[in-house]
Design a binder for this molecule. Structure first.
Ligand code: ATP
Ligand code: DGI
Length: 227
């Protein structure tokens, strides 16, 4: 059996973490873990941690580090037989240090997208709150305008996706992410990708991961239709 592969994807709001994670998960048969989705599941299930996390999310705040680590680390410890890609965690140095004590990461992807592009994308982002499914009116529109593809329920625009809120979210992200990025750079596992279009960045990420996860990518290639 091939070695298990553990990776993290980082980037400011709107940088395409969710979109790219989905592609990586499909292409390389990794489990895509999203801290935001995991929090939403806990909120929907009314777990103790979910109820607590909701009080922060509803105020537009990050969930405290100890709540995040208490929620996510046991989940990761359960995944001893899976390769995974984590999206949305760690967001702070304290979270990165806690993750470090649980597992050795193979690789960290950092997305570097210009501010104007982020602002444009977020103002066109529509979400299905219950599932976290994300649409973009230009890039990946829903099949029926304003409706989630799976449930048919209405889509909403997040308050914090409005242009005025984006500037402060971005600044906040940068302040918190910098020491995390520096940590991963010093470990030699950071890979930074810059650009304005996911479709142009994706081939570089795809080829990097193909060199890092050769046995898994070969398995996927075998399933591709014959020419
Ligand atoms: N690692 C984390 N640490 C603290 N809070 C978190 C973390 N991950 C998610 N959250 C909380 O859950 C909320 C939803 O997370 P999610 O990742 O879905 O979206 P986001 O980070 O707000 O936006 P984006 O997808 O644009 O980056 C966050 O706004 C934050 O309050
Ligand atoms: N126009 C355009 N929109 C894009 C591109 N890549 C992703 N998007 C859209 C999808 C979402 O509506 C929004 C943000 O992407 P996301 O994957 O939710 O980002 P993130 O917040 O998880 O980092 O931008 C892209 O390359 N072009």
């Amino acid at each position: 059996m091939s070695k298990l592969f553990r990776a993290v994807i980082m980037g400011p709001p709107g940088s395409g973490k969710g979109t790219i994670s989905e592609r990586i998960a499909q292409r390389f048969a990794l489990t895509h873990l999203s801290s935001g989705d995991f929090l939403r599941e806990n909120i929907a299930a009314n777990t103790e941690a979910g109820i607590l996390a909701k009080t922060y999310i509803d105020r537009g705040l990050l969930v405290p580090d100890h709540v995040m680590t208490r929620l996510l680390l046991p989940k990761l410890e359960e995944m001893t037989r899976h390769s995974w890609l984590m999206d949305g965690f760690p967001r702070t140095l304290a979270q990165a240090n806690a993750l470090n004590s649980t597992c050795d990461l193979d690789l960290v992807i950092s997305l570097n997208i210009p501010f104007e592009t982020l602002k444009e994308r977020l103002s066109e982002r529509w979400v299905h709150p219950a599932s976290g499914r994300v649409y973009n009116m230009g890039f990946n529109p829903p099949r029926i305008q304003g409706r989630d593809d799976i449930s048919g329920e209405p889509l909403i625009q997040r308050e914090d996706d409005q242009p005025e809120a984006i500037v402060s979210r971005l600044r906040h992200y940068k302040d918190l992410a910098k020491p995390v990025i520096d940590l991963y750079r010093s470990k030699g596992i950071l890979h930074k990708f810059s650009g304005t279009e996911t479709d142009r960045i994706w081939p570089y990420i795809n080829s990097l991961l193909s060199t890092k996860i050769p046995s898994i990518s070969q398995t996927v290639t075998q399933h591709a239709p014959l020419p």
